[in-house]
Design a protein around this ligand. Structure first.
Ligand code: ADP
Length: 303
């Protein structure tokens, strides 16, 4: 069953075209990721789907309701965790929970079982002001507040941005458990490594989706042998590789440079290594690697 359906959404702020024809569908119980850099249009899309902003054109339904005509019905059945400012910093942990529950005409007790896994971890600090929590605890409280009315669909806008790696991992485990409850989750992230934790992902750039598939499907589309190159010097390495006629793509990737050849041959690794050695690089290593979602993003975004 389709829980979120988005058709050709456009939205501009004056001259800035934030969304330029975005379409996708998410099924009930699906964990759908929207992956892309700052400014790509993720928050704009979330605001439209949670009825806080109206698109210039296009249409969308959430839990079967039209986002414009039936905004009231949507507000009752979605949970939204915006990137920032979702908590009342001067209220305590339990006051925040009680506030969000009462806005939706329910109580914390009524839906405690749904949030228990997450909320129990912050309950020892329930008298603490939200503004005084650590980043990871704030995220847990914000997620608990977004879920306390037992929503059918959860929209989480960059829930792990600025959160430490351990809390990020825990957060994704919690999303996995919510999914098992049949809740549909649409989550955005700028972290490419989180893509593989989603059922399906959309890669977004400059207001457009440049790929939608399962993480494996996206990676399988890469379509060319990929190599990682490293050497004793990093300065100049990217530029020197970019100067090689036979290479198609060259981009920095952590401490290495990832490359693909225009014309793949059994000689590619050796030829690149020799060319770098001739330029005075030592410890040159060129090895074949499997592409990641980030490599696919780099490739698709060049088109
Ligand atoms: P993301 O969430 O991926 O960072 P946003 O949806 O916040 O992207 O922003 C998309 C584009 O729209 C950016 O260029 C941003 O600067 C612009 N933008 C977002 N909100 C506004 C606004 N209220 N007024 C003008 N421009 C905006």
């Amino acid at each position: 069953m389709t829980e979120v359906s988005v058709r050709e959404i456009f939205k501009s702020y004056g001259k800035v075209e934030a969304l330029r024809g975005v379409s996708f569908e998410a099924e009930r119980g699906e964990l759908f990721g929207i992956i892309g850099p700052d400014g790509a249009g993720k928050s704009t899309l979330f605001r439209i789907l949670t009825t806080l902003l109206v698109a210039d054109s296009g249409s969308a339904t959430v839990a079967g309701h039209d986002v414009v005509k039936e905004y009231n019905a949507i507000r009752a059945c979605v949970g939204y965790m915006p990137g920032r400012f979702s908590l009342y910093q001067d209220l305590t942990v339990e006051e925040n929970m009680e506030f969000f529950a009462s806005v939706f005409g329910t109580t914390v007790e009524e839906n405690y079982d749904l949030v228990a896994d997450i909320y129990r971890q912050i309950e020892p600090f329930k008298k603490r002001k939200a503004g005084k929590l650590s980043g990871g605890m704030k995220q847990k409280l914000a997620l608990s507040c977004a879920m306390i009315h037992r929503p059918r669909v959860l929209f989480l806008d960059e829930p792990t941005t600025g959160v430490d790696p351990v809390s990020r991992k825990e957060f994704w485990q919690m999303l996995g458990r919510l999914k098992e409850e049949g809740i549909t989750i649409v989550v955005s992230t700028p972290y490419m490594d989180e893509a593989s934790l989603c059922d399906r992902i959309a890669l977004i750039m400059e207001g457009r989706f440049i790929g939608i598939d399962t993480p494996r499907g996206i990676v399988a589309q890469y379509g060319a042998p990929l190599y990682a190159v490293r050497a004793d010097r990093r300065g100049g390495l990217l530029n020197d590789l970019r100067g090689m006629e036979e290479l198609e793509a060259c981009y920095a990737f952590g401490n290495e440079v990832h490359i693909t050849a225009k014309q793949e041959s059994a000689e590619t690794e050796r030829r690149v290594a020799e060319a770098l050695a001739a330029k005075g690089y030592g410890d040159v290593e060129v090895r074949r690697i499997e592409p990641t979602v980030e490599d696919c993003f780099m490739k698709l975004s060049r088109r």
